[in-house]
Design a binder for this molecule. Sequence first.
Ligand SMILES: Cc1cc2nc3c(=O)[nH]c(=O)nc-3n(C[C@H](O)[C@H](O)[C@H](O)COP(=O)(O)OP(=O)(O)OC[C@H]3O[C@@H](n4cnc5c(N)ncnc54)[C@H](O)[C@@H]3O)c2cc1C
Length: 554
Amino acid sequence: MSKPATPSPPTLPRGERQNTPVGSPEFSAAEASLLERYFTNLDRPVFALRNLPEVVKGALFSRYSRTEKSLRRVLLDEFINEPDSGFDRLAGTPPADDDMVAVRRAEEFYERVLVGYGDDSVAELAGAHVAVEHTSTLAAKALEDSRIGISPLEKSTRYVRFDRRAADGRYLYYRGSELAHPDYEPAADALFETYSRLVEPATLAIRERFPQEAGETDRAWKSATRAKALDLLRGLLPAGTLTNLGLFGNGRAFEYLITKMAAHELTECQVLATSLHRELSLVIPAFVRRALDDRYGRPAAERMVRVRELVAKLSPSPLAGKGRGGGSEPSVRLVEFDPDAERKVVAAALFPHSDQPLEEGAGDPAAVLDALLADRANRRQRAPRALEHATYTFEIVANFGAYRDLHRHRMLTQDRQLLGTALGYDLPPGLSGLGLDADFARAVEAAADVHRRVERDLGPAPAQYIVPLAFHVRWYFRANLREVYHLCELRTTPQGHPDYRWVAQELFRCVSEVHPRLAAYARFVDLGPGDELERRQSERRIDEKLDALDRRVR
Ligand SMILES: Cc1cc2nc3c(=O)[nH]c(=O)nc-3n(C[C@H](O)[C@H](O)[C@H](O)COP(=O)(O)OP(=O)(O)OC[C@H]3O[C@@H](n4cnc5c(N)ncnc54)[C@H](O)[C@@H]3O)c2cc1C
């Protein structure tokens, strides 16, 4: 073959040119024609995989740990040209068989190829997209309670109305048999009816209060005002409200998620564990195989249940005997911080540039922090890793809507208490100006009465389904300063929901009080009052972007 190994050098970045093997090309013409379907190029050191089943991609990558061959060579020698590999049946020909045959083949393939040289991390090399629809907000939280390896996206309470009904005319909230209580459905219906009844008057009142401005498109104005109405009313929705979400994740993370869901205290989550396992077994069977098996998954889930029950019994204030106080104001409390954090951050920043042990690093804090952070031009220019050496524990009481949003941050440790009604609820301040606060208060207080009865009869975990999102929940965040920068800069932007915006501002105030110099560089935290019509500026920017796109297309 006379094809040069390094095509068109001037168009390749310098690093790639240096790494490209020199000499004869790696593949013959015949080999190249077999391979080109599976890779985005055959002659450069950076390439993507395509048209390969997840299990094959996982197997291929896992071979990096045991071979000096290139990945494309491994595919050719050990899979395509190796009749015993099962590759041809799995990936080479268009699938003619039914799903179960494909699953069996994937399983065989896994046994044959991966078991020999893979460890558990191989299951991170293949992923899947899963949609979970008509699941309660509570179960969505359980699915999203994952950090490494799962990326969720869920239906927004700001852009989507939640009062659409099913074909049978019923509102969309969770109705599991474990919630068989005479008061549950009437209470949930009443909350949805109030939400539904208030959407139009709230939107109209907001439009009257914030009339369309000169230069503002109809689309932008209507969108911003409707979002404001839905933001104000979402507190009426019970935690059993059905939502839709998509999850993208790797096999290992899904395996653990399924096991955790199987051990969950909510029956709905246990059912979801089975459904997730069934569906993922059709696309990445090898990687979720242990999730519910008798050797690992089931015993692990059973142990999680045992531990939960054991620890619950040791709690000094058992849930069943929880006092019924007059509520608790929203609050953010800094429970723990490290007085030596600044020195540690500075030492960590200097460490890679020094030959001294970490604890002996010392430098001028002002100069080092300035060098690290002073010139950040926007919040996407991340704070450096050294900031992870300062950690804070916060205890937060805020409404479940705010919790639902902030819970999505993954670079921290967090846990919540059960959602109930004892801590009181938030009446959105914006509602009283519109004359709708009395309706709102009546509806959530009626739901609180029912919650107490359901809790008494069915227990505190299932009783959560009837609690409106306006009610307070207590949770903790243990976060490092880098995540504090990220979370507070992102969640205090003026277009954010006022509930989580307030929490993020308070988190930041706590840190600024104890570590003013470390906090001072988080320049994009917005401690101002925010926009009254939160989405107005964002919608205008969307219009500008749409205009720019239109001009480009024209
Ligand atoms: C204005 C606004 C509107 C939103 N609307 C919706 C909505 O409609 N629906 C919805 O579901 N969510 C919505 N969200 C939540 C959003 O999608 C994020 O889940 C949430 O903001 C957490 O942000 P994060 O992933 O940047 O932060 P963290 O999870 O705290 O992560 C910190 C950083 O670590 C990195 N990181 C963490 N995990 C990964 C990973 N798996 N892969 C790559 N990098 C990673 C990223 O750089 C990330 O910024 C909204 C958020 C905002 C601010």
